[in-house]
Design a protein around this ligand. Structure first.
Ligand code: CO
Length: 221
């Protein structure tokens, strides 16, 4: 049974490669020589959020890093190495941090679930909860509260990306690079721009102020 499941994957791969070759006979040969993606995608590992597929891109167009709950941690050499290579070598022009509503990782952090090793990883999302407690506590519907936390988590990770030495150095030497925050709706398959794009070191300060003031306003309500 298991072998049959895997055979399906290999069969489908052959069909996929054949279909691409039929429309562009040189596609794979050209791609094998080099990649020059303009975008780096940092997203959740969730199987329902297939990065390249949901923006209708073909192989070669997007560099991708995915982990549970799309978290950017300053000591995570995996994520940092992906970013460094993407920015310094591939010279991507956009870094998109994309979260999604109904994220299981974010939900586990919110509910303080005991799932094992991953609890340590999700501590980072709990930091986001702590920082935005005033706003979150004003949302009564649990589903809306989770979705808002998914969005706030993206915004915080955008700031984390912008604060890395990798992005800071790129801006310092005048390299064009914009960091964006998007959220994906599992229910309708649509992406939404959270309006927190940052394209320079000064923009980072403004974005940070916006995020903290946003929480402050909610606190007063
Ligand atoms: Co997720």
């Amino acid at each position: 049974m298991k072998d049959k499941d895997l055979k399906r994957l290999l069969d489908q791969n052959r069909e996929w490669a054949a279909a691409i070759t039929a429309s562009d006979p040189e596609f794979f040969q050209n791609l094998a020589k080099q990649q020059s993606p303009k975008y780096l995608w940092i997203g959740c590992a969730d199987s329902r959020v297939p990065a390249t597929q949901l923006v209708g891109m073909v192989p070669g167009e997007m560099f991708v890093h995915r982990n549970v709950a799309n978290v950017v941690v300053h000591t995570d050499f995996n994520c940092l190495s992906v970013m460094q290579y993407a920015v310094d070598v591939l010279k991507v022009e956009h870094i998109i941090v994309c979260g999604h509503h109904g994220c299981g990782g974010v939900k586990a952090a919110m509910e303080n679930s005991q799932l094992g090793l991953i609890d340590n990883w999700l501590r980072h999302v709990q930091d986001v909860i702590r920082d935005h407690e005033p706003e979150l506590s004003h949302i009564n519907d649990p589903e809306r509260q989770l979705d808002r936390l998914c969005e706030l988590n993206v915004i915080e990770q955008v700031l984390n990306v912008a604060r890395t030495t990798i992005v800071q150095s790129a801006w310092q030497r005048g390299q064009e690079l914009v960091v964006h925050g998007w959220i994906y709706g599992l229910e309708d398959g649509l992406l939404r721009d959270l309006g927190v794009s940052i394209d320079c070191a000064e923009g980072l300060e403004a974005a940070y102020q916006g995020v903290t003031e946003g929480s402050g306003q909610n606190r007063e309500r």
